[in-house]
Design a protein around this ligand. Sequence first.
Ligand code: F1P
Length: 602
Amino acid sequence: MADRDFSRICDTREWELPGYEPWFPVSEKSNPLTCDIDKASPNHIVRLLAACDAQIFQTKSGSTYERLFCDSIVHSMKEVTKMLEHILRDPEDSLVVLSGCGTSGRLAFLMATCFNRILKDQEQKPLYTYIIAGGDKALLTSQESPEDDPKLGMLTLEKICEGKRRVLFIGISCGLSAPFVAGQIAFCLKHPDVFSPVLVGFNPVSQARDEPMPGSTLTFRALVQKMQQKGQRAFIINPAVGPEVITGSSRMKGGSATKILLETILASAHTAAITNTHVTQGVLLARMKAYEFVHSATYSHSEQIAALIQSTGLSLQRGGRVCYVAWGSLGLLGLIDASECIPTFGADYEDVRGFIRGGYQDLDNIEGDLTSLGPQFCISHEDFMHLVLPNLSDRDLVLLLYTAHDDLDEVEKMILRVREKTSNVHILYHRLEGEAAADSMAPLCSSVLSVTWPFPSPDLNLLHMQWELSSKLVLNAVSTGGHILKGKVYRNHMIDLQVTNSKLYHRAGHILQKLSGCSQTRCEETLLKAIYDVETLTEDITSARVYTHTISASRRSRVVPLALVCLLMGCSLSEAKSRLQSHPVVREAVEACVTSSTPSSP
Ligand code: F1P
């Protein structure tokens, strides 16, 4: 693609127009840039990802949406930073809780453990904790149904905060939609003497979810409006960052923007508390601009990212495995990226897996070692060597992620071990100018993505947070691009998503409507037939709650592809099953249906 075309792509702000998919919030709109991403080459996929990620940093420029660098957003960030500064100066009996579901909860964990480590290095007590819907097993595997439970959210928060004098609660829900987080915010509003709630998400308040939550008449939107009422000591930080590359996949831009916003707040408060100064909007802006640099530094390696996507796609197409073997906090980024492939692309846990050097010891999660829960929970390098390595072959891909600050001898040894089983070895390596290059490893690998960062860096902790974001962008590109090449995306929709909570149930219905052109009622009926594996719906099924549907859906696979084929062909479920069997690549199955159901021109 010529550079002129690329800058045209970056300028596209069509999604901001009032008439663009007005019935969807920003987080569920389809990105006009990526409507043909399913047919794009790896090089083009990377360009599209770069352009979509660049939307995170776009300025307001006449649109109605508040953006990351807007005064109102930075002002709220400053207020939250000031609250945290006070707590850091007098931390006794105080707690900062970061909470969310799915990716948002995993990032809450990443940041809580990172900032506790920073405090520990300064010989201070831990101040942060995290909550993830579904508990620690949700850090590594998809546990979508607790997201729908506001009471569970509330009870978990109440328990973790027992006896605290002051709590800064930061709830993350990219779509301003998760009832689990809403339950916690509602609890904070009821106890303003102890709790100060902050909500982070990426939709305007007017687009927060407007559906009564289970066990309540309250909607997420009504709750957010309550937070905005005069006299409430509550903050909402909700810049629009543009629709996701794959529609609704908030693990991508939503996750990246969460990390940028919250690390900016937390790091700025720590600096202010240590230096006995007060944070300014200028400081916050400068920190966020440094993340914009991460975007350009990472995507300046587009060719190497594209090569990685190509190899990942080939491995996945051949039924091979993709393993991220990583050191330090990059290991957690690998685990997070891998865990998301299951609900997003209907992947098996063995398709994409993450491994972290010291396993649970490095992870430092509240519930400790989860290995006994099953093979999905075996996450250390030792587990990789014992359980996975012996069966690897050339169709499997191993991506090693590390930095110049890790034990490079250990990395080299690992590469040599892996090379005995597969030549499909790749590395992603971060270093500062002047630090050892990956020269000695390069000849051992199929590809090397080495990102060099300017020296001197302002602060080692910040540098590592930037390396994490850079790695997140690459991993999201690799897993999304690889699954696109495997045929798990149709146009820019995740057509093989798991329908395991109410948000995903509604998203599945919308995908069916958009791709089949059938009515909402017909789409929902067909989705239910696929979920319950029946040709005719019974009264029991149609009168059941969405929650019951999602439980049944969690026991089945390919419900959305099946429903889509039924709708496109006007056929029975059993016929759709045999069609999908003869076209195992979902995208090809759908395309075959579209072609055969389009009347040929006279
Ligand atoms: C939470 C979440 C996502 C996940 C999936 C289901 O969303 O678990 O992280 O990728 O889409 O929802 P949110 O509450 O942050 O919007």
